[in-house]
Design a protein around this ligand. Sequence first.
Ligand code: FE2
Length: 305
Amino acid sequence: MNLEITPLKNEALGALVHGWEPDSSLAEDDRKIVLDALHKFVVLVFRGNPQPSDEALIAFAQQFGDLVKGSEWFQDQDAKPEILRVNNIYDVDGIPQGTGGAEKLGWHADYSYVPRVGKESFLNAVELPAKPPRTSFCNQYRALETLPDETVEKLRKLRAFHSITQYISGEPSAMDDKPEKSGSAVTREARAGFLAKRERNRQLGVEKPDIPQAEHPLIMKHPDTGREILYISPQIIKAIIGLPKEASDALIKELTDHSLREENIYHHDWQVGDMVMFDTLGSLHARESWDPAQRRVMRQLSTML
Ligand SMILES: [Fe+2]
């Protein structure tokens, strides 16, 4: 494979990858080229390649680690549970075929709410609306590097609680009022779809695992590089363990504001066929909303730590 990697004109993160052949297996040398580039650029945009089949996408992602069976947690009936169907397609009975919804998705790190968090993610555009929503990525290595030393020392002792139980319980929350403004990591429409899928599965007697909750350090170390990361997942991070609620909320806000400065961010404009591989551990991402009357069909996979 003749992989060509070109840095994007963005200081914070991102590189373009040409030459990927999804139907060929990835030689060890090429795997190393991709991984080294990911460690350097955090976000890699594979463009200009043939659209991978489901099987090719799984085979590629598996080269980098154990895959999360994301679609099981989201109550989907997919024969390939490693692929999370991020789309707004609904069955005739109004139940989403995938994650559902066209609302804005707030900043988060994939699977921060499970014990084995997301490590790398792969997001592929199959079908896009006329005005595709951008996905934005924030560099959490840089966020940590630019914090004052005394703050970093304080964070070293702290752990945070991550959860999306509100999503799975169906309880109302602040996001119900202004989903567009709050930009939750789990949108109102997607949550309604999740509840409908769970009810359908219950009626069919299909057992799907519950979405777990987890605690993680605020500073994580990438296992491959040893580089440290400011590990927050705004919207999903509920509390800093051991701090009074007010202090916990204030620290989460401070770290979120510090991270989400424009100089840390890359905004991706999608083209059909793009496959974006990102360092899930070392970044945050968010998605704009789009016209719900138009289809947006994506496939997502993640390796776990
Ligand atoms: Fe995500």
